[in-house]
Design a protein around this ligand. Structure first.
Ligand SMILES: [Fe+2]
Ligand SMILES: [Fe+2]
Length: 184
């Protein structure tokens, strides 16, 4: 699969999980109890599928190539913005985890921080994905040399195969499907 097509496919899966997260936040707002096991699955998905599996391909392969080849304006502008949004997402997830611990320890008011950080993350990532799908990826695909695109594709395939041999994709799609069934 072409580099960009693969990344866009992963975005679709991430967006499906964002939908589940938003629904869980709405349910909590309406009085539902927090299911800590399900939150653990969502955070696992965010950290290991959205971040490790997907953002790693952007940071270490595709955006890296764009940085190397397309020069300073690309590096100091849009690519840096994408990297800092990845970081902001990590912060929201850490805050979410802390808020969950607070609620678990009996601080009911911390539910507002669970909702706030979950929604902040889903909103950030939805916007981030739209920017990548509609602007950054097409720009990279149209401006990188054929050689660089081929090199990126080869590296991505290797990462994909390596993850597949560890069952990464299957594990996280299974989690996604089970949470969709439960919440949507
Ligand atoms: Fe990204
Ligand atoms: Fe992305």
């Amino acid at each position: 699969m072409k580099t960009v097509d693969l990344l866009v496919e992963e975005h679709k899966n991430i967006k499906r999980m964002l939908k589940v997260g938003r629904q869980i936040a709405i349910d909590i707002m309406n009085g539902a109890n927090i299911d800590y096991d399900d939150f653990a699955l969502i955070i696992d998905f965010i950290r290991n599928y959205a971040d490790d599996h997907h953002h790693n391909k952007e940071e270490e392969v595709f955006f890296k190539k764009m940085k190397e080849e397309l020069g300073e304006p690309m590096v100091s502008g849009p690519i840096l913005a994408m990297f800092s949004e990845h970081d902001l997402g990590r912060l929201f997830v850490r805050n979410l985890e802390e808020a969950l611990e607070e609620v678990k320890a009996g601080n009911n008011d911390a539910k507002v921080d669970v909702i706030a950080n979950l929604i902040a993350y889903t909103d950030l990532l939805n916007r981030h994905i739209d920017k990548e799908d509609n602007t950054i990826y097409p720009y990279g695909e149209n401006n990188l040399s054929k050689e660089s695109l081929a090199e990126a594709e080869e590296k991505m395939q290797r990462l994909e195969q390596d993850a597949e041999s560890k069952g990464v994709q299957k594990k996280y799609i299974d989690i996604l499907v089970s949470l969709e069934k439960k919440y949507l």
